[in-house]
Design a protein around this ligand. Structure first.
Ligand SMILES: [Zn+2]
Length: 456
């Protein structure tokens, strides 16, 4: 299965080569300089150290609680202040400007010679265009979803991949709630690309597409993402005022464990769903009556986080979110040996407002947050495909379990339906729960053959 992603990389996408020779960010916003800045990592950080890092630098992690390892970007001159506090730290990146400038120079030039979509990071516009490309590949199974509009008026878009004529449960995938996590839209787009292109050629992907409706929203925070390209590489929040941390803005124990200062990286907004991006996602989710699973992709840690972040209590699913997070972590790790572990966030400090907690409490669907590999937001483009490959394995693992648990199974009774008129009891739609097993299998075979013929 994993070789397939590599194969796809060498499968030249001619239209994209024609239009994507250069990356454009199209903004005149001033660019933040990281000259003379370093990345420090402080293990077992104390409160005073965290306060100093918060005041002088940019925190890089998802939570900053005493006792945890804290990473931050800091002017080199402020290292003396850390010394005064007696903080044990190490400099993980000695020249942040060099790292950011190298990435910017590479992306401003011609795309790599491979010229394929997953050979380097993509702007929001390029992601939008590729969603349309995918919808054009298989218009029967793939449709574009307009989720809503961001604070600055950008479209939030996604794709739905579903098999026509089915009534399958829904698995929702989101990426890029946090702007600087550029590997997140690449991985979520890779999942979409694989489901669209390999549904007829790879049995494991065919099983997922046959058994689930998959909705993928690769960029929940398009304004922040554009700002991180144009102006401030390590920007995390949306672009409303000083910015709101979208993954603290959902209506579940809102405000618990978050910072009340609007300038803070984990500022939760003025109230639950105060931001147009999270409100749009809330409305999308409310429109999915058969939602059974949700995975939200972030970076970077190498972990599968399971609910809840806001409480230590187990929900209606008992320990299943943890057990599945452990097996998903193992599936991801097995592909390239990149270590991933299952973790419950908020262990040291309850945190409210997370998307996965909202989905599980409000919609009774299993939910996880994947923190993709590594510890950095600026990562080499060569890591995109391996990160895709290992997370495809984790995704398929969860999808298979959801299908086994919630999938619509064909009626095992081969007795002919005494009322063969499909319009009389199913509204004319031959759903899986109504079709007898043999008929259903034949229907699926015909659909697959027609799809293959149309594509060849
Ligand atoms: Zn994040």
């Amino acid at each position: 299965m994993y070789a397939r992603v590599v194969i796809r990389v060498v499968r030249v996408l001619v239209p994209l080569m024609l239009v994507c020779a250069m990356h454009t960010v199209g903004s005149a916003a001033p660019r933040r300089s990281y000259a003379n800045h370093v990345v420090v990592r402080v293990p077992a950080a104390k409160s005073a150290t965290i306060a100093l890092l918060r005041q002088r630098g940019v925190l890089l992690g998802h939570g900053a609680v005493p006792g945890a390892t804290i990473s931050a970007i800091l002017p080199r001159t402020n290292l003396a202040d850390l010394d005064k506090l007696g903080a044990a730290y190490h400099v993980a990146v000695a020249d942040v400007a060099a790292v950011v400038d190298a990435e910017r120079s590479r992306l401003a030039g011609p795309t790599s010679q491979l010229g394929t979509w997953f050979s380097d990071f993509k702007t929001g516009d390029e992601i939008d265009a590729y969603l349309d490309t995918l919808a054009g590949v298989d218009s029967d199974r793939v449709s574009i979803i307009d989720v809503g509009t961001s604070f600055e008026g950008r479209r939030i878009r996604g794709v739905r991949i579903s098999t026509p004529g089915t009534n399958n449960p829904t698995l929702l995938i989101t990426g890029t709630q946090h702007a600087r996590e550029w590997i997140s839209p690449m991985v979520t787009m890779c999942l979409a690309d694989t489901l669209v292109r390999d549904a007829d050629s790879d049995p494991s992907i065919a099983a997922v597409v046959a058994g689930l409706d998959v909705i993928i929203v690769p960029v929940v925070n398009p304004d922040g993402y554009a700002f991180s390209w144009a102006s401030e590489r390590f920007w995390r929040k949306n672009r409303n005022g000083s910015g709101v941390d979208l993954n603290r803005n959902w209506d579940v124990s809102w405000g618990v464990g978050t910072n009340e200062l609007p300038q803070a990286n984990d500022y939760a907004g003025t109230g639950p769903f105060s931001e147009p991006e999270t409100a749009a996602m809330r409305d999308l989710i409310a429109s999915l009556p058969n939602l059974v699973g949700y995975i939200d992709y972030h970076s970077a840690l190498g972990a599968v986080l399971y609910p809840f972040a806001y409480t230590t209590e187990l929900g209606s699913f008992g320990d299943r979110p943890q057990v599945w997070a452990e097996s998903m972590s193992a599936a991801i790790t097995a592909v390239h040996g990149e270590p991933h572990q299952a973790l419950r966030p908020g262990q040291n400090s309850p945190t409210g407002g997370l998307a996965m907690d909202y989905v599980m409490t409000s919609h009774d669907a299993l939910a996880w947050t994947v923190e993709l590999r590594g510890m950095d937001f600026v990562v080499p483009p060569e890591s995109i495909v391996p990160t895709c490959e290992e997370n495809l394995a984790g995704f398929v693992h969860i999808a298979d379990q959801l299908i086994a648990e919630y999938g619509v199974t064909p009626d095992p009774d081969p007795t002919p339906d005494p009322d063969p008129d499909p319009g009389s009891d199913s509204g004319g739609c031959a759903t899986a729960s109504h079709a007898p097993g043999a008929t259903w299998a034949l229907l699926m075979l015909i659909v697959a053959l027609l799809a293959r013929r149309r594509r060849s």
